[in-house]
Ligand binder design. Structure first.
Ligand code: NAD
Length: 498
């Protein structure tokens, strides 16, 4: 296989890093070398921030009309569509997710660009009726400015697309920083942005470690907004760093998502969806349904069925057509997932299946972890409270609707949740009472670019996608124009002053 060379892109130029250092990107499937990525230095970061600032303050882009910016974003969608196969292959190589899954992800990326292109065309200034005919009062929308866009490794291009597309429509300039583990698809997007006609310096690509490359984007005074998708601990650091210059901060963080099954549910569908929710992409999904809350009356039936099917999930490499889910992203992550599992058992959880690294034939060199079910869990356990970001499903039982809701909300997170019941009124009550940003009723997992996505509580700040996802990148400005200027008359008139 040809080893891809991934470079930085600053002010319209593809470059190696200032000191020539390269990071090896290795497949989580077999540890084979899949790409070599330039590792940006502090000097490269400085150049990128300066370029993005220049492009915003004095480049041609701020003079583009909204229509021109939307046309650019639509062109990017077309080019992504043309190269979808190539990009999916690159992302599948970096992440070891199966090719089909990567293809779905790239289709989602394209839909995101199309959504924001259409949404931008519908963006209008707003007239405010102040009750005085001589006053023209308008709300206009302007770009926030220069943005630092920092992404994770689990859905590398999709998570960046949620940021890049609205930033462009809004008229912002930006620096993208994908995870150091998965840089390849972002480089394809950069290439396409340039081909589509994005002016130099508007989009810039930095690659490398969070501490060296990501952190300056969160503290540099020339950056106006930082949008981050990643873990809670990093999110807290970013928020603190951004406070010094009062940057706008958009955070999409982790989740510990309750998946509630009532006894009156369509159990066949609920069980099947519970398995997908927990084990898709080996649980490396922010909205994974990793906390199963099941009504006591159906506990044994539901959990036995999940355990039996979890044992049969086919782990494999990205090109294996039989693969149902793949490897964890890295050895370090595998160690972390294993620890959550062992801690859970030490705290009293009952291991029903899985619980260890899989070294089945063909998987010995990869970071595979067996789909795991921990029964007899409670909210005091770390494996229930913390996001393991691995294929670990914890099971808790409940006896009433109120208890299900209380358990579902007993978490610092608030990203998503699911509820299964045939009782429509109960479904609505529970959906309303759960403090999470997305609730699925008798379903689990679908999201749409047209619908806002984001977290309550410590799952984040702000929303991506939908309409709000564009407004993250816009400043609302109020322009008040008096068509018949007059004296204010507040203070004493000239004739009466002493
Ligand atoms: P991470 O926090 O380790 O890293 C995310 C990004 O931040 C990477 O690009 C990294 O290099 C960078 N980074 C690290 N330290 C930084 C710093 N001090 N300053 C600036 N940037 C820094 O997260 P991850 O392991 O890549 O991703 C997994 C996490 O992402 C999970 O917690 C998951 O729930 C979350 N996630 C959330 C959503 C959502 O929509 N809410 C979506 C996908 C992933």
């Amino acid at each position: 296989m040809e080893i891809a060379r991934v470079r930085l892109c600053i002010d319209g130029q593809w470059i190696d890093s200032a000191d020539g250092v390269v990071r090896e990107i290795r497949s989580p499937f077999d540890n084979g070398l899949v790409a070599q990525a330039a590792e940006a230095t502090a000097d490269d970061v400085e150049q990128a921030i300066a370029a993005a600032r220049r492009a915003f303050d004095s480049g041609p882009f701020p003079h583009w009309t909204l229509e021109q910016r939307c046309a650019l974003v639509a062109r990017v969608a077309d080019l992504l569509e043309r190269d979808a196969q190539l990009i999916a292959a690159a992302e599948s190589a970096d992440t070891a997710k199966r090719l089909l899954e990567a293809e779905y992800d790239i289709a989602d990326v394209i839909a995101v660009f199309r959504h924001f292109a259409a949404l931008g065309r519908a963006l209008h200034e707003r007239q405010v009726d102040v009750g005085r005919p001589e006053i023209d009062s308008r709300i206009v929308y302007e770009p926030v400015g220069v943005c630092g866009l920092i992404g994770p490794w689990n859905y590398p291009l999709l998570q960046l697309a949620w940021k890049v597309a609205p930033a462009l429509v809004a008229g912002c300039t930006f620096i993208m920083k994908p995870s150091e583990l998965t840089p390849s698809s972002a480089a394809h997007l950069m290439r396409i942005l340039m081909e589509a006609g994005t002016p130099d310096g508007v989009a810039n690509l930095l690659l490398g470690a969070g501490a060296v490359v990501g952190a300056p984007l969160t503290s540099d005074p020339r950056i106006d907004l930082v949008s981050f998708t990643g873990g809670l601990a990093t999110g807290k650091r970013i928020m603190a760093a951004a406070a010094a210059t009062v940057k706008k901060v958009a955070l999409e963080l982790g989740g510990k998502n309750p998946h509630i099954i009532f006894a009156d549910a369509d159990l066949d569908a609920a069980i099947d969806n519970a398995i997908t929710a927990a084990f898709l992409h080996s649980g490396q999904v922010c909205s994974a349904g990793t906390r199963l809350l099941v009504e006591r009356a159906v506990h044994d039936q539901v959990v036995d069925a999940i355990v039996e099917r979890a044992r049969r999930i086919h782990l494999g490499g990205p090109a294996d057509p039989l693969t149902e889910t793949g490897a964890l992203i890295s050895e370090a992550h595998l160690v972390k997932v294993q620890k959550y599992c062992l801690d859970g058992i030490a705290e009293g959880a009952v291991l029903r299946t899985g619980g260890q690294r899989s070294t089945a034939p063909g998987l010995e060199r990869g970071w595979f972890f067996e789909p795991t079910v921990l029964d007899n869990c409670n909210t005091r356990m770390r494996c229930v409270q913390d996001e393991s970001f691995g294929p670990i499903l914890t099971v808790e039982v409940f006896d009433s609707e109120a208890e299900a809701v209380a358990l579902g909300n007993d978490t610092i997170y608030g990203l998503s949740g699911g509820v299964w019941t045939r009782d429509e009124a109960k479904a609505q009550r529970v959906a309303g009472a759960l403090r999470h940003g997305t609730i699925w009723v008798n379903d689990y997992g679908p999201y749409r670019p047209e619908a806002e996505w984001g977290g309550f509580k410590q799952s984040g700040i702000g929303r991506e996608l939908g309409v709000d996802g564009l407004h993250e990148y816009l400043e609302a400005k109020h322009i008040w124009r008096n068509t018949t200027p007059a004296r204010s008359g507040w203070f004493a008139s000239e004739g009466t002053t002493a």
